[in-house]
Design a protein around this ligand. Structure first.
Ligand SMILES: Cc1cc2nc3c(=O)[nH]c(=O)nc-3n(C[C@H](O)[C@H](O)[C@H](O)COP(=O)(O)O)c2cc1C
Length: 206
């Protein structure tokens, strides 16, 4: 990263070099600062910020690079009631600036491994859940980076939670509403948890 040169013009007589943040430190701080935020001030989220959050989400790793994800971004708060119908104690999320429903297509259309140059065939994607965890965490980290707050709320695998979401959004049959993520400007000062447990780590064998 190039060092930025600063000259205030008033008192500075020579160029000074601004200290550059260590990229690893910046990324580490962002990961460790992520937390579930459940209270928001109601402000909407700029479209460009939302697009960058989704760009980060889609950068997630994906089994066979099949990328089963799609996103439904809700900015119309009149939809919130029906989206949260099947989940308990969801009133607190209604002040979020947007809700992102992270969806997974369990069926992949493409050539098979045995016939990579062959026609596109509908195949069940056995790794879709794994990909969806990665994409959801990427989204949450981008939310944190923008000074926003979010909370992963469970949708899959609960039928009573998925049904109203599928109905409200008109999801195709093979598309699963995986997670419902309210995003907003935090109200309050939720602190991240320190989850570091050295005893969970084993070297070379259990
Ligand atoms: C799969 C999954 C489902 C979750 N569902 C909910 C939920 O329905 N409601 C909620 O308030 N939080 C939900 N959470 C957030 C967890 O409660 C939260 O991540 C956990 O308490 C750890 O806190 P932290 O995110 O601040 O580190 C969910 C998290 C995950 C990963």
């Amino acid at each position: 990263m190039a060092a930025a040169a600063m000259l205030c013009g008033a008192c500075c007589t020579k160029q000074e070099t601004a200290p550059q943040a260590d990229p690893a430190e910046v990324v580490m701080q962002n990961i460790l600062a992520r937390k579930s935020v459940r209270s928001y001030n109601g402000d909407t989220i700029p479209a460009a910020v939302m697009e960058n959050i989704l760009r980060a989400a889609m950068a997630a790793p994906s089994g066979r690079d099949w990328r089963p994800w799609s996103f439904v971004v809700l900015t119309d708060k009149s939809q919130y009631d029906s989206i949260f119908e099947g989940n308990f104690n969801m009133q607190k999320f209604k002040e979020s600036g947007a809700v992102v429903v992270i969806c997974a297509d369990t069926i992949h259309m493409g050539p098979t491994r045995d016939n990579p140059d062959g026609p596109a065939v509908a195949q069940y994607n056995p790794l879709w859940r794994d990909d969806m965890g990665a994409v959801t965490e990427n989204l949450l980290l981008a939310v944190e980076a923008y000074g926003l707050g979010a909370c992963w709320t469970a949708c899959y695998p609960y039928p009573q939670t998925m049904a109203p979401v599928k109905r409200t959004l008109g999801l195709p049959a093979s598309v699963v509403p995986y997670a419902v993520v309210p995003i907003g400007y935090p109200n309050g000062d939720t602190q991240p948890k320190d989850k570091w447990e050295p005893a969970r780590v084993h070297y070379n064998r259990w």
